[in-house]
Design a protein around this ligand. Structure first.
Ligand SMILES: [Zn+2]
Ligand SMILES: [Zn+2]
Length: 57
């Protein structure tokens, strides 16, 4: 069973970060929540990541 790489929570369904290919729970799925190495690469190339999920509780 897959587990969140950030907190170890068991995942019911496969959740993958499209930037670093890591598996994370709903709380850590966003690149900014798990210090995603993929986002750092994007920043270096001039692209900006906009999650659009700032309204989560
Ligand atoms: Zn987690
Ligand atoms: Zn990531």
């Amino acid at each position: 069973m897959a587990t969140c790489e950030e907190c170890g929570e068991k995942l019911v369904g496969e959740r993958g970060c499209s930037y670093c290919q890591g598996t994370f729970c709903q709380h850590h799925q966003l690149p900014e929540k798990h210090d995603c190495p993929g986002v750092k690469n994007l920043d270096q190339t001039g692209h900006r990541f906009d999650s659009g999920f700032d309204g989560l509780p």
